[in-house]
Design a protein around this ligand. Sequence first.
Ligand code: NDP
Length: 448
Amino acid sequence: MSFKNEYLKEVMDRVIARNAGEPEFHQAVREVLESIEPVIDAHPEYVKMGIVDSIVEPERIIKFRVPWVDDNGKVQINRGFRIQFNSAIGPYKGGLRFHPSVYEGIIKFLGFEQIFKNSLTGLPIGGGKGGSDFDPKGKSDMEVMRFCQSFMTELSKHIGADTDVPAGDIGVGGREIGYMFGQYKRLRNEFTGVLTGKGLTYGGSLARTEATGFGLCYFVDEMLKDNGKSFEGQTVVISGSGNVAIYAAQKATELGGKVVALSDSNGYIYDKNGIDLDAVKQIKEVERKRIKEYLNYHKDAQYTEGCSGIWSIKCDIALPCATQNEIDEKSAKTLVANGCYAVGEGANMPSTLEATKVFLDNGVLFAPAKAANAGGVATSALEMSQNSMRYSWTFEEVDAKLKGIMQNIYKNASSAAAEYGMKGNLVAGANIAGFLKVANAMLAHGIV
Ligand code: NDP
């Protein structure tokens, strides 16, 4: 799609020129700018005050060397990043990703998405993201600890409970957050809620581990109900087998769905009897092994090498929960041809722009990541509230708040879509609703 609005076209061209070689960031910006076209047409004040030009430019990019020593005594050097994208509505908030594919463009796309996602939660949090090209896979606990301590030694200069509060993402779970929190506390001599996703013994929130996956299913459930459907008796395919995938599988099952497939970056498993989640948790959360090991628990399940084939499995509902651009146009067409009628994005930007178009053109009920996976960061914001109050809510209290937040996000995205003449298009609705709150705060602050 191209822009009818000249100003937006110019902004897009500038983003491409100034951020050369960062296709994921271009993709994320294009999707938002296309969605907000009717808003910009109706509100010349945003153009006059340079709101769109400002929102695509990070407030601050921090890039640093992370030296650490491996178990053989060899010095290793990784790169660390923190992009503090937008603080118009609250302190920067967003996860840290440790994966070899991380470079500035990935962190920029994730940080940009985070601005709108955080706005949609209705909570006072700005957008940021960070990470490193460090690969925790195959490293010993001590190597991971030394890396995390070195990473935090630099990062600690730039974050704080009222400034920037990182959390987990791919490759960063409870273990990594623990090591980073320990180092921050040691360096600053402060016990504050500077990270979320913390362990329950030192300020973590109940239900944070489950929040993104559970929240995704609450959102999809709301979307299904609004269209006279439900998870009950439906076949569900979920990609990934990490934090988001596991708890999405648990909630989809609780809501009556039958999850038949999960994957990792090597391949996918198919179990026609429904995935045994206790086995998956043992393999992934306890032993940190490959999903292929599932065959040791269920001999009649099937394992296939390569992760993209998972989308050829016949299903009613697909929940991509692994990584960006994991569903391309071809996979989207296969899903549609096989009768898949609902897609909920647990991962960030898992569908390419072409795949998203296939879903929307074919009337698939489509829950975009920005809205559908906001439950993780929303619960992180609830963790911040509990830390500030020096108090903790029960699992049920946090879960009920999470559910309410996801229902509200659905309501807001779907009414924004209808208001701007795109009923049912939650991609447009989420982008518009997320944008308006941040843009209005930026207008109020003047040119800063
Ligand atoms: P985890 O590291 O716990 O799990 C990631 C899963 O995705 C693993 O199964 C991993 O397989 C697979 N994966 C990662 N990269 C690739 C790749 N390049 N190709 C194929 N498979 C891949 O991460 P999370 O579950 O936390 O995150 C998953 C997605 O959800 C990400 O897009 C993240 O940004 C998003 N998200 C996470 C939130 C959270 O609260 N954790 C909040 C909102 C969004 P392998 O082990 O083989 O690498």
